[in-house]
Design a binder for this molecule. Sequence first.
Ligand code: KIV
Ligand code: NA
Length: 269
Amino acid sequence: KKRAPLPDDIRAAKGGTPLVSLTAYTTPMAQMMDDHCDFVLVGDSVGMVLHGLPSTLGVTMEMMIMHGQAVARGLSSAMMVIDMPFGSYEESREHAFRNAAHLMAETGAGAVKLEGGVAMADTIAFLVARGIPVMAHVGLTPQSVNTLGGYKVQGRGAARDALIADAQAVSDAGAFAVVLEKVPASLADEITALLPIPTIGIGASAGCDGQILVVDDMLGLFTAFKAKFVKRYAHLGDEGAAAIAAYAAEVRARTFPAAEHIFADEAPK
Ligand code: KIV
Ligand code: NA
């Protein structure tokens, strides 16, 4: 088995074969993708897709640690990145360092991800200088949904230059890669050409240096809504509902459990 890439390996993949990544929150999902992904993100999307929260704002350090530990048990050949949850890094760079170090120590993650561009550049530089590899995340940053006024496409028109400045700032600050979420494809391509670090697209462009999706979205397990940038590669939610309906019918008809599922008085010889 190949060893898991390090943040420097991810950085060095700039301009090469696209980096493959997905989110994961549990051991079996992590095991399912370990051989296929370069890195796996324990995303704060866990709050919405597994815990039924209305946004990522209610996700806590404790939730990230618990899911991070579960994912770590399922990975051996993919690198693990863990999201810093809302409120754990914005206040000061010292507060950010303490929480990032805690997340890495508790989970074994090789890097953290945090949202924000120019406003977070100083914090990113502070963490990187102290041994914490940082993946940045600009464009649509869901933890800022309340100030962005919804989950809109970012960087259109007059907002284009500010988004380029955000991407440039996190790269200059030492981030080893940057997620570009929900931005025009031409802007994603321009940023990808401009930056020396890999861009990881989600709702961005096939020209990015890598792609990421929320695993429950692409498997069709999370169906409360579907963003335009989500492609469903499977429909496991529908399959699961059909399986549960079949089970319910068999229980009510007393056809489950069948002979092969039940035990005789005496153990077979
Ligand atoms: O939390 C998450 O799933 C993410 C990815 C969509 C980039 O941040
Ligand atoms: Na996230």
